[in-house]
Design a protein around this ligand. Structure first.
Ligand SMILES: [Zn+2]
Length: 180
């Protein structure tokens, strides 16, 4: 085991500097990227593109004026696919700032994981502030860098439970993701 050159040098002032530095990285407009966390099994809301048929509990197949995608009467509503309801955007997604580490050589160590084996799959690691922990744990999928991402190129699932991380605290969250 090699000795740690920082041993004995890590003062509380150093820890604060470290924490402040990473917090500035996770702030908007820095190295962090906007990422969309998606949750399943959340609330639904009435489709805003068609009239609801309360008797049959589905879309009536009639376009609702002002809806985003006009369609001919009697056709299936293209927005809800006939269900009459759509996932409530407010309860099914959350945009968070994550530092996305694509290069596996720069990943931070996590427990006993074999990170090298995961690298072949196009996996990524993210670092974020502690307040993202609950949402990351709860999400089903994550769309990395919503500025440029498409569903097919940047969609990930959490590889395991996110890990809290910090110098004497739990200031950050480290998470491994596998490509969908
Ligand atoms: Zn509809």
């Amino acid at each position: 085991m090699s000795s740690n050159p920082f041993l004995g040098l890590v003062s509380s002032a150093f820890k604060n500097t470290f924490v402040n530095a990473i917090q500035s990285l996770t702030a908007e407009d820095s190295l962090s990227l906007p990422c969309l966390l998606e949750f399943e099994g959340s609330a639904y809301t009435a489709c805003d593109n068609c009239h609801y048929d309360a008797v049959n509990q589905r879309s009536s197949g009639r376009y609702k004026t002002g809806g985003p995608i006009a369609f001919a009467s009697g056709q299936q509503c293209p927005r809800c696919n006939g269900a009459g309801k759509i996932p409530d955007p407010a309860s099914t997604t959350s945009t968070v700032q994550l530092i996305v580490i694509y290069d596996s050589r720069r990943w931070l160590p996590m427990g006993s994981n074999n990170l090298t084996a995961q690298a072949a799959n196009g996996s990524i690691q993210t670092l974020s502030n502690a307040d993202t922990y609950d949402d990351i744990r709860r999400c089903n999928t994550m769309l990395a860098n919503t500025d440029v991402a498409t569903e097919s190129t940047q969609k990930y699932v959490r590889a395991e439970e996110p890990q809290r991380l910090g110098l004497g605290g739990d200031e950050f969250v480290l998470t491994m993701w596998d490509k969908v």
